[in-house]
Write a protein that binds this ligand. Structure first.
Ligand code: AMP
Length: 399
């Protein structure tokens, strides 16, 4: 047994251990469970159903995933009597968001395999655990300071300088739960404003590029990666992604190496994404990890031989990972609720002027500013051409 496999097994309870050792994969026809009702759960369900599986979704409310499921549980995530019935009805369990109580999975693992593992979920739920875990694994992260009081914040600013970013340890996403601190800022006000007892102060990273690598690792430890993918953000929310990207070979190699090492170090079985900063001197630092398919990986649906969602199904069921080869350069643009504020987007014009663009909508009925409603994808002869086209296509939606 390899070291990484044995590490994975030590993290498991005996009951799951026996299930892991009985190696035959979970075949089509079985019911796969996913916790979370958002768009990532929806795209997982669509991939699983295409492959002949049935899908059970546990969500606290009706959402994009529940309408694509064969079986739906709408219940509070603390409702373990409903949960136990749910776990008894499925063959394996995954999740589409990390913002879930870990106790749910600790109970689930008594019934079915849970992938990726609980330790990996727990680590990525908390920025302090994540950054310290990465540092202990000798993986590169920017300078940070654990901040549990105003005094910690003052010491952190003295150590890291300004600008810096204070982030809540848990619960934040898309720039929420973050405050940028510039020189002369009133630190007691910042500490009051962040409104948490556990935060992390990060030095502001003067990155030249933001990239991500999506990875899929199967039970046998085979790992494939997508990207690096180039990402641009608007108001801290992912806006456009494309790949392949034009970076020095060392940067590409480093990004893939970091991601593969994370997969091994944390014995991941499933799909995850590493968001990375590229510095001017070619260094690559981890910003954060998503223990699930990622928005920047949506372009794998059309752009790659096996999508990130199909990989999630394959890994969950114990099949080998599929090919992550790029079919053609590809770009993706998000559609946020802002585009609905002037009325329904002009779908007819999009279809007429950009017949090569693929539309994905998540079935959300209420459009709000900043809410991810869908995305567009297009293949091109180069990623810059694809990116220009997907941005132009998105622009014609405005009325
Ligand atoms: P996060 O939620 O941590 O991914 O942050 C959202 C976005 O804020 C990132 O994609 C970056 O554009 C920016 N950001 C986060 N942390 C830092 C940092 N330490 N230095 C510079 N920019 C950052």
């Amino acid at each position: 047994m390899s070291t990484e496999t044995s590490r994975e097994f030590t993290a498991l309870r005996p009951r799951q251990l026996s299930k892991e050792i009985s190696v035959s994969p979970i075949g089509p026809g079985a019911t796969l469970g996913v916790v979370g009702g958002g768009q990532l759960g929806r795209m997982f369900a669509l991939a699983a159903r295409r492959m002949g599986y049935r899908v059970a979704v546990w969500s606290e409310e009706i959402g994009p995933a529940t309408e694509c499921a064969d079986q739906v549980l709408i219940a509070d995530y603390s409702d373990m009597s409903a949960g136990r019935k749910f776990f008894q009805s499925i063959a394996a369990l995954t999740f589409e968001t990390e913002k879930l109580p870990v106790e749910l999975f600790q109970e689930a693992i008594r019934f079915v395999p849970v992938r990726p593992g609980i330790p990996f979920l727990e680590m990525s739920q908390n920025r302090i655990r994540e950054k310290t875990g990465l540092q202990q694994g000798d993986l590169p992260v920017g300078p940070f300071h654990i901040t549990r009081s105003l005094a910690d914040l003052e010491n952190g600013i003295a150590k890291l300088g300004t600008p810096a970013i204070l982030k809540t340890a848990s619960g934040g996403y898309d720039g929420k739960g973050q405050i940028r601190i510039d020189e002369g800022a009133d630190l007691s006000q910042v500490w009051r404003e962040i409104g948490t007892s556990e935060a992390i102060l990060e030095a502001f990273v003067p990155f030249v590029d933001e990239i991500s690598v999506v990875a899929a690792r199967d039970v046998a430890g085979n790992c494939v990666t997508y990207g690096p993918i180039h990402n641009t953000h608007e108001h801290h929310i992912l806006d456009v992604s494309y790949c392949p990207i034009n970076v020095p070979p060392m940067v590409r190699q480093r990004a893939i190496e970091i991601t593969t090492r994370i997969a091994q170090e944390f014995s991941v079985v499933g799909v995850f994404c590493v968001e990375l900063f590229v510095l001017g001197d070619g260094q690559v630092w981890v910003n954060e990890i998503a223990p699930r398919p990622h928005n920047s990986g949506h372009l794998t649906i059309e752009g790659h031989v096996t999508s990130q969602f199909e990989q999630q199904v394959r890994c969950l069921c114990g099949f080998p990972v599929g090919s992550a080869d790029l079919i053609r350069p590809v770009a993706m643009a998000n559609l946020l609720g802002d585009r609905w504020l002037g009325g329904e987007p002009d779908w007819e014009r999009l279809a007429r002027e950009f017949p090569e663009v693929q539309l994905h909508l998540y079935g959300k009925t209420e459009a709000r500013r900043g809410r991810k409603m869908g995305h567009l994808t297009v293949l091109g002869t180069s990623s810059s051409e694809a990116a220009a086209k997907v941005i132009a296509a998105r622009a014609v939606l405005a009325r």
